[in-house]
Design a protein. Structure first.
Length: 189
């Protein structure tokens, strides 16, 4: 048995951290991928109460969905929403660094129509906070953990920078914190 005695005025040496632990810390930082997603501008909102409402997408954040219809703007808490269906026009950014708010030379507007032969990609149990939507933007970054990508999505080439991922459904859990997203990948050009 050994005893360590230290004098209070003397600093202890820094403990050495095994390189294996350092490698694990760095590995944790790389376990996610960010993909760009686009939101069509018209929404059909299915509420948990059984009611339904529609409108133009103004904003979506980790607490509420803000829509407008015929000049009126309303905010709906995420905890009241069961499902959001996105339709009509969507802004397609020229590349993955562009955030679209309106149609311009970097963001072209197209009608969103799903090819019936194309299966959507469904990503489940994503924290709402992993969806980085800038206020008023129609495109956002979505963080996808690599483990989720490999296990549940399978095809990692699906999320190419040459494609934009258009959200067609967004389902919200009871807490309003976790979402399930249905994406349709389409070429940027």
């Amino acid at each position: 048995m050994s005893t360590v005695v230290t004098i209070p005025s003397l600093a202890l040496a820094n403990p050495s951290v095994p390189s294996l632990l350092l490698a694990q810390e760095n590995k944790q930082e790389n376990l996610e991928q960010k993909i760009q997603v686009a939101f069509p501008d018209f929404v059909v909102v299915f509420l948990k109460s059984g009611n339904m409402t529609t409108g133009n997408l103004i904003d979506l954040n980790n607490r509420s969905l803000i829509i407008s219809y015929k000049g009126y703007t309303t905010g709906i808490p995420l905890t009241d929403i069961k499902l959001i269906e996105f339709k009509n026009k969507v802004l397609i950014p020229a590349n993955e660094t562009v955030i679209c708010q309106q149609s311009n030379d970097q963001c072209r507007q197209v009608y969103f129509t799903q090819n019936q032969e194309q299966e959507p990609t469904i990503i489940e149990n994503i924290p709402m906070t992993d969806l980085s939507l800038f206020k008023g933007a129609k495109t956002a970054l979505l963080i996808i953990p690599d483990a989720l990508e490999e296990e549940e999505i399978g095809n990692t080439d699906y999320f190419s920078n040459n494609n934009i991922n258009i959200i067609n459904f967004l389902e919200i859990d009871e807490s309003g914190e976790l979402i399930t997203i249905s994406l349709i990948s389409t070429p940027r050009k």
